[in-house]
Design a protein around this ligand. Structure first.
Ligand SMILES: Cc1ncc(C[n+]2csc(CCOP(=O)(O)OP(=O)(O)O)c2C)c(N)n1
Ligand code: SF4
Length: 428
């Protein structure tokens, strides 16, 4: 009979490699299941077992080492049709690297079957010790034998809540066991015990796979079944979109901008620099402009500088970084210290800086305006005043749009709008 799912007529693995037997038994089990190859998604990991992809007539997905369980879980969660079968092929090495992905899929009872190809070492890279290598097993990296016990992956997956978890010795016909696992609606796994014939046998001559299973105390069995509803709906189905709470901004004002304008604002943490930049962005959108805002501050958010890069543009913004700004707005000493490197690169443009600060040496091509932002508006509102003055001095969009955004914001009720209205605009 011609193979329907996996071409296993000719082995692509080393002679006697247990991976071949897993492929043969998987083909048989899938035949019993009777699905179309198009309804099967085989997610393979990095390792010798993964080279099987090219011989498969099912959908295949080859991920990064250890990540196949996560990829499969995502695939399974996104599938509308529970009849589709998601199968993971992973080695003991991949299971070590991606342990949490496996455990997480079992915890959530994601509808998928994991076949752990436990040949007791990293095969593809020459036989190194993995987390599943049993104590005493000799490898390239532990020639005297591993000194400590292995993770019992099947116990872990069963304890995590996997519906159907089995460990078996990879000999003969175990297609019925695979079929039983494939049938489960929920998380199932089969850990197939084998020895890599090229490296495992070489380092452990005279030993059988069962010797190590026994000495490690790993039971060959179907763990107590925990049949429960599979993870069904993903969060998107049951939660409203986070965007739903964000109100659309209507374009109410006109702008005068012909080309992109790059602005960096730099102040102190706790003095509203980020909020001022955000409301400035909102007002720009309300004036028909495109804008990007990139905030930056130390991980200790309550102290030090607080800076934001703003690009406003009449056209789409394809690059959001600012190497040299057109305009620098600095309202505090923290802000100035943080700005110094970029400020020294400015050859033209405008620097709006608080009157209490010494603007260091800037290029003569840069126009410098010192203004009493902190004194007139208090430190907490200095950045709001600075951006309002900027809009009046370099008209790009109406300051009115910015003032309206402030008035409608969470600080609107307490904000002293008179300070903005009364402030004198510097003469050109
Ligand atoms: C994150 C990461 N680490 C290491 C490697 C190198 N690497 C490629 S295959 C492999 C061994 C795979 O062993 P295993 O998962 O047990 O599968 P097997 O080859 O035995 O089937 C390793 C370590 C890699 N590709 N990615
Ligand atoms: S190196 Fe080991 S795991 Fe890889 S194909 Fe050969 S026997 Fe199999």
């Amino acid at each position: 009979m011609e193979n329907k799912y996996l071409s296993t007529e000719v082995s692509i693995f080393c002679k006697g490699c247990g991976h071949q037997l897993i492929a043969v038994n998987t083909e048989k089990a899938l035949n019993k299941l009777g699905l179309s190859p198009k309804d099967v998604i085989l997610v393979t990991d990095i390792g010798c077992h993964g080279i099987l992809d090219k011989l498969s007539s099912t959908h295949t997905f080859h991920g990064l080492h250890g990540r196949s369980a996560a990829l499969a879980a995502g695939t399974s969660m996104g599938l509308e049709n529970p009849k589709k079968k998601v199968i993971v092929f992973i080695g003991d090495g991949g299971s070590t690297i991606g342990l949490q992905h496996l455990v997480d899929a079992a915890v959530k009872n994601v509808n998928m079957t994991v076949i752990v190809h436990n040949n007791m070492l990293y095969g593809m890279t020459g036989g190194q010790t993995s987390g599943l290598t049993p104590e005493g097993f000799k490898t390239e990296t532990n020639p005297a034998g591993k000194q400590y016990q292995n993770y019992d992956i099947s116990s872990m997956l069963s304890n995590a809540g996997g519906s159907h978890v089995r460990r078996l010795v990879g000999m003969g016909d175990f297609s019925e066991e695979l079929y039983q696992a494939f049938k489960v609606q929920g998380f199932s796994s089969v850990e197939v015990m084998e020895i890599c014939t090229s490296y495992g046998v070489k380092f452990n001559t005279g030993k059988k796979v069962t010797d190590f299973i026994e000495s490690a105390g790993m039971e060959i069995k179907l763990f107590p079944e925990k049949i429960r509803a599979p993870y069904k709906q993903n969060e998107r189905d049951i939660m409203s979109s986070l965007f739903e709470n964000i109100e659309a901004i209507n374009v109410k004002y006109k702008n005068k901008l012909k080309k992109p304008l790059k602005i960096i604002v730099s102040g102190s943490a706790g003095e509203g620099a980020q909020l001022a930049a955000e409301l400035f962005a909102e007002a720009a959108v309300g004036s028909g402009l495109k804008i990007t805002k990139k905030g930056s501050y130390p991980v200790t958010v309550g102290v030090g500088f607080s800076t934001a890069e703003l690009i406003i543009s009449p056209k789409d913004i394809l690059y959001t970084g600012i190497v040299t700004p057109d305009i620098f707005v600095i309202t505090s000493n923290d802000g100035l210290n943080h700005a110094k490197a970029k400020l020294s690169k400015m050859k033209k443009g405008l620097l709006l800086i608080d009157a209490t600060l010494n603007p260091v040496a800037v290029d003569p091509g840069v126009e410098v305006i010192q203004y009493k932002f902190r004194e007139l508006a208090t430190p907490r509102s200095a950045m709001f005043l600075a951006l309002d003055i900027l809009l009046k001095y370099v008209p790009s969009f109406p300051a009115e749009a910015f003032e309206e955004a402030i008035a409608n914001s969470k600080i609107g009720a307490k904000f002293n709008m008179e300070v903005l209205k009364r402030a004198e605009v510097p003469k050109k």
